[in-house]
Structure formats: structure tokens, C-alpha cells
Ligand binder design. Structure first.
Ligand code: SF4
Length: 436
């Protein structure tokens, strides 16, 4: 078969698409550049917002419209939460990804016998929340590799559909994680981004605490060839002093931490069922900055959460400014049927819009301030692309940077690490003069 892949949603979804791609290729199938040329189109769907659900359904219909003969596979969270009510030939929820290749091959065989079958039968895979291990996954592009080590979430924030889509916390074995880190290093990846749906819960299903993640990171840190170890989204509640000290003892840790805040108002945090308050969040940030003075702090904030008053929103604005985030992902609240927040009094769309643009403006100012403070400092870039006499990529503290080389100098290639002095910034990005 020729197979086309489309991914919606988060980095973990992207990782799972890369895994599915490897599984099809290992079975001798080929990649299709576009749906029109594909015998099978796999859409890895997302359900984090109602907009993501709508887009997932739209993409599934689009595959069938562009190529009525292709086998359309709906995989992932939207396929799971919409209980299979999606336009597809094969429906595989979040626990059924490992069945997709077999089912597509079976349907393809039947179709070549001109039997136009569909396979909506959800296979009786165990719904138990065990980790579905894809083995070592190679990202087809780039020089930074995402590594998934955990799935599911037990937190049940009142606005979130993910625990219903992905189930309870399930951790990958330490052996499988180290094997993948070695595989990625041997394949030339210098940076690994350790990620999961609720990364800080790694090991929880084995009765372990946050130090289980610290111990795994230490093992990955010791893998030869890994020069940068970056972490996915973290939860303030898990950032114990012991864990922060363990991070600081790693040789290759990148000083950029994404600490999910969601709101700067304690009363809103309570309604969100987030298990910390702004004071607790600030104390964790202070503790992190004490060990990582040059770190960048990034976060997610929801605006227009049900019942959010003007005063509560102002609390969030003040707190965000106080924290000095290098980057804020701003999410207008999206009602998800089946969540507690869906039953609460909703904020008017125009108010939500106003708050979104105010916080986006603040976020942009804070990002420029953070980049501006780097002028004159030594930084390094992991080169992702080159153009003319310029090479660009991310610094260790996750700032987009461009190194400008003088004519006659040898230009680096993607995957190289370039060190230099920051000569200036434009918005959230910086310019580097490479060391000769
Ligand atoms: S921690 Fe909360 S927001 Fe994050 S995945 Fe779990 S339930 Fe959703």
C-alpha cells in the first residue's frame, strides 16, 4: 500500500504518527506524498478543544473527498471521544493504534477483491491502562527527537477531555526508554525532548513518585551522543526541591521549563481542580530559578474559563507579568462535553476574545523582554536549517536564534551546534555572531 499520514494536535500525537509510519514501512508499505496517491490515509486526530474535534472530522471527510477509493483511518483522541462517530473506514481509539496496520492490510486485501468493506468493529484490545510501546521511533525529519515515555492522566482538571480520551497514567519501561535514547543518539539526534501526556506522573502507575522521572532522566543523560536533554510540559505540583536539584545535576539538561499555569487567579484554579495556588506556583519558579539562573519559563494559560470575572482575569495578567514568562501559549476556554466545566456558567465569546488579545499582547512583550536581556551573552544553537550565510535553530533556553556567518566562512549543517555571542534581538528572536 501507499500510505499518507496527517497529524493534528500535540507532540505526543506527532510521535505516535511517526511510530505508525515506521510500522507501515517495516511491513514493506510506501509513503504517499498526497492523499490522491494513497491507498490508505491515516489521520491522527485531536480532541483537546471542540475546534480540534471539528477539524479532525473535517480532515477525515477531506481525505474521502480527495480520494474516494482510499481507506480512511481515524486514529487518536477524537476517534476515542466521539465514540467512533466519525467518517472513516477504520476507527482506532487511543488504545487501538497497534492494530491499525493489520486492519488496513485486511481491508486493502478485501478491497482488491472489489469487496467495499469498512471496519468499524473496535477490536477487543485490553482497555486496561497499560503503556502501548511502539519500541524505538525515528522522527523522519529534523535534528530534535521527541520521545514519549508516558500516556494518560489521572488529574481530571474540570475543563479537560484528555483523561477520557487517553485513560489513566501508564508509564513506559525504563529499558525501552533507554533503548530508544541510544537508538536516537546512534541515528545522529543530539537533542531529545522527553514528553508524555502527564510527564510528571511517570512511574505513578508503578507506585513511584517524581524521582522515578529524575532517575530515568539521569539514565538518558548518560547516553553517549546526547548533548541536549529537554523536558515536555511539567506540573508545578510535582516540582519538589529534590526533583529540581536532580535536574540541576544533569550534564545535558536544557534550562527551559514549561510549567503549566492555566490561571493566575486562585479562585479560578480551584474551579479548574488544579492542585496548587499562585503562591505555590511562584515558590516553585523561584526554586527553579535559584538552580537555573539563565532559564526560560514558558506556560499555558486559559482565558475565559467559566465564571472568570474581570478581577480574576486581572489577577492572571498581574501574575503572568510577575513571573516574566519567555513564552505564553494562550488558549481561549473551549467547552468540552462530558467535563465538569461544561456545566458551569460560560463567559461571553466577545469577553473571551478581548481577554485573549490582551494576554497575547502581554505575552509578546514578555517574550521580547526575555530575548532582549540575552544581548551580549554567549549562547549556542542546534542548527535546524541554513539559508545563505545564515543558520537558525533554538538555543538551550529555547529561544529562536539566527547565526550570521561572514562570507568565506564554512557554514554549519543541520544537526551541528554553533556557539557565539548574542548581538541583538528582534521580537522574541535573537541574532548570534558565531565564534570563529
Ligand atoms: S493535567 Fe489536567 S489539563 Fe493536563 S492532561 Fe491532565 S486533566 Fe488535562
Amino acid at each position: 500500500m501507499k500510505v499518507y499520514f496527517l497529524t493534528l494536535g500535540c507532540r505526543v500525537n506527532q510521535y505516535e504518527t511517526d511510530a505508525l509510519r515506521s510500522m507501515f514501512l517495516e511491513r514493506g508499505h510506501e509513503l504517499a506524498e498526497k492523499p490522491e496517491d494513497a491507498d490508505c490515509c491515516v489521520v491522527n486526530t485531536c480532541s483537546v478543544t471542540s475546534e480540534a474535534d471539528r477539524k479532525s472530522r473535517q480532515m477525515l471527510r477531506r481525505m474521502a473527498r480527495l480520494n474516494p477509493d482510499t481507506i480512511v483511518v481515524a486514529a487518536g483522541c477524537s476517534a476515542e471521544t466521539t465514540d467512533g462517530k466519525v467518517a472513516a473506514d477504520i476507527i482506532a481509539g487511543t488504545k487501538e493504534r497497534l492494530t491499525i496496520v493489520d486492519r488496513a492490510e485486511k481491508l486493502f486485501a478485501e478491497r482488491s477483491e472489489l469487496i467495499h468493506e469498512q471496519d468499524h468493529v473496535r477490536p477487543a484490545v485490553s482497555k486496561k491502562d497499560e503503556y502501548h510501546d511502539f519500541g524505538s521511533v525515528l522522527s523522519p525529519e529534523g535534528c530534535r527527537a521527541f520521545m514519549k515515555i508516558e500516556d494518560g492522566c489521572d488529574s481530571f482538571c474540570t475543563y479537560c477531555i484528555i483523561p477520557f480520551a487517553r485513560g489513566r497514567v501508564a508509564s513506559r519501561s525504563v529499558e525501552s526508554c533507554i533503548k530508544e535514547a541510544q537508538y536516537l543518539a546512534a541515528s545522529g539526534f543530539k537533542e531529545i525532548i522527553v514528553s508524555g501526556i502527564h510527564l510528571c506522573s511517570y512511574g505513578k502507575d508503578r507506585g513511584e513518585d517524581i524521582m522515578s522521572l529524575a532517575s530515568l532522566l539521569k539514565d538518558i543523560d548518560n547516553v553517549e551522543g546526547i548533548e541536549r536533554l529537554r523536558l515536555g510540559s511539567l506540573e508545578p505540583i510535582s516540582m519538589t526541591d529534590e526533583f529540581i536539584d536532580a535536574l540541576a545535576s544533569l550534564k545535558h539538561i536544557c534550562p527551559s521549563f514549561h510549567l503549566s499555569l492555566q490561571s493566575g487567579s486562585d479562585t479560578v484554579l480551584k474551579r479548574m481542580n488544579r492542585h496548587y495556588d499562585s503562591k505555590g506556583y511562584a515558590s516553585r519558579v523561584e526554586r527553579l530559578r535559584a538552580r537555573f539562573p539563565d532559564m526560560s519559563l514558558t506556560t499555558d494559560i486559559i482565558v475565559g474559563f467559566p465564571g472568570e470575572t474581570d478581577e480574576e482575569f486581572e489577577e492572571t495578567m498581574r501574575f503572568a507579568e510577575e513571573m516574566g514568562f519567555a513564552r505564553i501559549h494562550v488558549f481561549p476556554y473551549s467547552l468540552r462535553k462530558g467535563t465538569k466545566a461544561a456545566e458551569m456558567e460560560q463567559v461571553a465569546p466577545e469577553i473571551k476574545k478581548q481577554r485573549e488579545s490582551r494576554l497575547l499582547a502581554l505575552a509578546s512583550d514578555l517574550s521580547s523582554e526575555f530575548a532582549g536581556r540575552l544581548k551580549g551573552r554567549k549562547e549556542e544553537i542546534l542548527v535546524e536549517k541554513t539559508e545563505g550565510m545564515k543558520a537558525s535553530g533554538y538555543t538551550r533556553n529555547y529561544v529562536r536564534a539566527e547565526a550570521v556567518f561572514d562570507q568565506g566562512l564554512t557554514l554549519p549543517v543541520p544537526g551541528d551546534i554553533v556557539r557565539g555571542t548574542v548581538t541583538g534581538s528582534s521580537g522574541a528572536e535573537i541574532v548570534l555572531k558565531p565564534d570563529l
